[in-house]
Design a protein around this ligand. Structure first.
Ligand SMILES: [Zn+2]
Length: 320
């Protein structure tokens, strides 16, 4: 998780359990569980994935509660862990890209993330199939018309504060706000409502890299149980929800997901960064009227992926 984000959060005494021991299933046990999970995914009609900081540690972003996590070291009075690269340059992991492939194949119906690193959107998960429960460090929102702006820089504030920029939707122009929650902020209905709906519909909720401690988010996966859904947890540490899960896998998320994709005979696509720059040209017209012309320039890296992702971006009115 972004260190900048952690430092901007208000200080609270109780951040849940930290420094928890990590467990690794023996190789043969891990392989059996991977194959079992692959079969469950293959049989599922409505797969929902619920993610936490553990899916981004391989992207160079430290987690919160692992042995070298941000809260763990902070509570021990030690220096905070160093991110291995600037936050805005972190790239989606193998797991992020596997989820993209599962979504494209029609298997994965919805992703719920507690992460604010924006890597699911960056990887190509469609916005309408994603709830970012705690916000997105790269997203600004218009409180007036609801437009969302995905930036290529980390928004300066957290806690739903006004930023220095305004909405560029015609006739709106309201002041934009950051989208990242502070501790006391309630989960926004726009994110929690679809997340709840999909958990209730799910026959399988796969929890990846989360210690399932932050309420109310951690209770979402349990909503599948009433309708007969199943929960699988992949995490190195034990979680308070383990006893509710059909399968608990103690292994590195990337390793487990790679194994599952192999069992499903599916390829994990590489991440290709697409930069979409929006340039606003302003022309003064007679009578003091201003006309705005929006032009988009795209760095073409892969024509097929670029076209598909551009269509998604434009239909979402997101601005990279
Ligand atoms: Zn607006």
């Amino acid at each position: 998780m972004s260190l900048g984000y952690a430092q901007k959060l208000s200080f609270i005494e109780d951040v849940g359990q930290v420094g928890m021991a990590e467990f690794f299933d023996p190789c043969h046990v891990l392989q059996c569980k991977i194959e079992e999970l692959a079969k469950m995914i293959q049989k599922s009609k409505h797969l929902v994935v619920f993610t936490g900081a553990g899916i981004s540690t391989s992207c160079g972003i430290p987690d919160f509660r692992g042995p070298k996590g941000i809260w763990t070291l902070q509570r021990e009075g030690k220096d905070l862990p160093k991110a291995s690269l600037p936050f805005h340059r972190a790239m989606p992991s193998m797991t992020h890209m596997a989820l993209v492939e599962l979504e494209r194949a029609g298997i994965l119906k919805f992703v719920i993330s507690q992460n604010v690193d924006g890597l699911h959107l960056r990887s190509g998960i469609p916005r309408e199939k994603l709830s970012e429960l705690h916000g997105d460090s790269f997203m600004e929102m218009c409180p007036s018309c609801g437009a969302e702006y995905l930036r290529d820089f980390e928004v300066e504030t957290i806690g739903l504060k006004e930023t220095s920029r305004r909405c560029s939707v015609q006739k709106c122009g309201a002041k934009l706000k950051d989208s990242v929650l502070d501790w006391e902020d309630a989960l926004p209905p726009k994110e929690i409502d679809p997340a709840e709906k999909h958990c209730k519909m799910a026959d399988l909720v796969l929890c990846l890299g989360t210690s399932l401690q932050i309420t109310p988010a951690c209770n979402l996966p349990l909503k599948c149980l009433r309708g007969g859904g199943k929960i699988v947890i992949v995490n190195l540490q034990k979680t308070p929800k383990d006893k509710k899960a059909d399968v608990v896998i103690h292994g590195l998320v990337d390793k487990v997901v790679a194994g599952v994709m192999e069992s499903l005979n599916m390829k994990i696509p590489p991440y290709v960064r697409i930069d979409l720059f929006q340039i606003i040209l302003t022309q003064a017209l007679s009578g003091g009227l201003m006309a705005l012309t929006h032009m988009c320039f795209i760095c073409v890296i892969d024509q097929r992926i670029q076209r598909e992702r551009m269509e998604r971006l434009l239909t979402r009115r997101l601005c990279y």
